[in-house]
Design a protein around this ligand. Structure first.
Ligand SMILES: *Cc1c(COP(=O)(O)O)cnc(C)c1O
Ligand SMILES: [Zn+2]
Length: 402
């Protein structure tokens, strides 16, 4: 049965070349280009109304008309999406005069928003006849790929830095994936994946080198709009590693405007990074068009250890177009923020999400976020898989937990 998807074209973001939507693709096939591909939809043919949407199941598949899967049979669904948005209510000394909301992505299958991207990537891979997938991962993408592959009957091959907490390795192996541990960072894993994908003809689902993880992540933007009754917040803070979330949410807002469901007002988008890998932050502050490779080693926020995002140029464009900002946060501040949010509000955010709370406090103290504004923290995952990091024997870290 058809999904009534309005998916109509797969276009290169740089050269505009169209790609056949019925065959499998990674990057632009123009050899001089190799840029990111982006899914397009025939929004003018939409007949779904906001009212009908209200009666749909509470998963990201409620937006199936605006997602690329063409046949219902190929949807791989573990209940992903439609995560709650919760008010920060007890830390009033920091939130007075503002409304600070947290979208809690720990509710997703495998405990992070990576489920959204992998649900779409694996469903589409299944639709196009793929049998084996491969990805480098800082942890959460591996677990999510393993879960959706298990469900879809595909084989997953996962390349993970050795330093990743055990929970991520155990999770992916339980879910039936092959997990290879690499003595290096995610960029080193990425290089190996590149070679193996070509050699074995395994489908490479690396961040933004595959077009549909972005489509899964964009559903966060649809949900923010729908859950806030089609009034977007003034500011969105997002923990930026590879950047699919920030690019996806921005894409969603553009699509919702085409649908006539929101106007032209946009939130100011803030990329929050770890001091370990803050190439986007540095490039944004220096008004550069692209980021430089940057890796200062271990961070408790594994997902933010991305030395050079493939989509750096697009991420920086979103920050500029939205009059946004960037913040870089130390591990000590990330852990203090995590403890503060957990002990006062009852959340257990992954360190990546906790970094947003510190960044919010900085931007609020400096006046960049003003009284009367509504702020959304996109808390991307759960702390449970990170307990090895959180107990790491670093003096400056442990002092927050005595
Ligand atoms: C992967 C990951 C990120 C970074 O997400 P991008 O969309 O690649 O920037 C942030 N938080 C968590 C928990 C992650 O797993
Ligand atoms: Zn191109």
């Amino acid at each position: 049965m058809t999904t009534n998807s309005l998916y109509s074209d797969l276009q290169c973001v740089e050269c505009g070349k169209s790609h056949d939507i019925h065959t499998i693709h990674t990057l632009c096939e123009n050899p001089d280009c190799k840029a990111i591909l982006s899914a397009h939809y025939n929004f003018s043919a939409n007949t779904l109304t906001k009212e009908e949407l209200k009666h749909r199941p509470a998963t990201l598949w409620r937006y199936k008309e605006f997602l690329p899967i063409l046949n219902e049979e190929h949807i791989v669904n573990l209940g992903e999406g439609f995560t709650p948005i919760v008010l920060i209510q007890n830390l009033a000394q920091y939130t007075n005069g503002k409304t600070v909301l947290l979208k809690d992505e720990s509710f997703n299958p495998t405990g992070s928003f990576k489920a959204r991207g992998m649900a779409l990537a694996v469903s589409k891979a299944k639709e196009l006849g793929v049998k084996e997938c491969i990805t480098p991962t800082a942890g959460n993408a591996g677990g999510a790929l393993a879960a959706y592959s298990a469900r879809a009957g595909l084989k997953a091959h996962i390349y993970m830095p050795k330093l990743t907490p055990d929970a991520f390795k155990i999770e992916a192996r339980l879910l039936g994936a092959e997990v290879i541990e690499i003595d290096g960072n995610i960029a080193d894993c990425g290089k190996l994946v590149n070679v193996l994908a070509a050699e074995r003809a395994w489908f490479d689902v690396s961040t933004l080198k595959e077009p549909f993880r972005l489509e899964g992540k964009k559903t966060m933007g649809y949900e923010i709009a729908e859950q806030l009754d089609w009034e977007l917040p003034d500011v969105i803070l997002y923990p930026t590693g590879g950047g699919t979330g920030i690019v996806g949410i921005w894409k969603a807002f553009g699509e919702l405007e085409k649908l006539g469901w929101i106007g032209s007002k946009r939130p100011r988008m803030v990329a929050v990074q770890s001091d370990s890998c803050n190439g986007i932050h540095t490039a944004f502050q220096n008004k550069a068009e692209r980021s430089e490779y940057k890796d200062n080693g271990f961070t408790v926020a594994n997902g933010l250890r991305v030395p050079k995002p493939y989509a750096d140029k697009v991420i920086l464009q979103v920050l500029r177009q939205s009059n946004g900002n960037s913040v870089s946060v130390s591990d000590a501040h990330i852990l203090a923020a995590l403890h503060e949010l957990s002990s006062h509000e009852g959340f257990l955010p992954a360190p990546e999400g906790a970094a947003l709370w510190h960044a919010y406090k900085e931007l609020s103290a400096s006046g960049w976020i003003q009284n009367g504004e509504r702020v959304l923290l996109l808390s991307t995952g759960s702390a449970y898989k990170y307990f090895d990091n959180i107990r790491a024997p670093h003096e400056e870290i442990n002092e927050f937990f005595i």
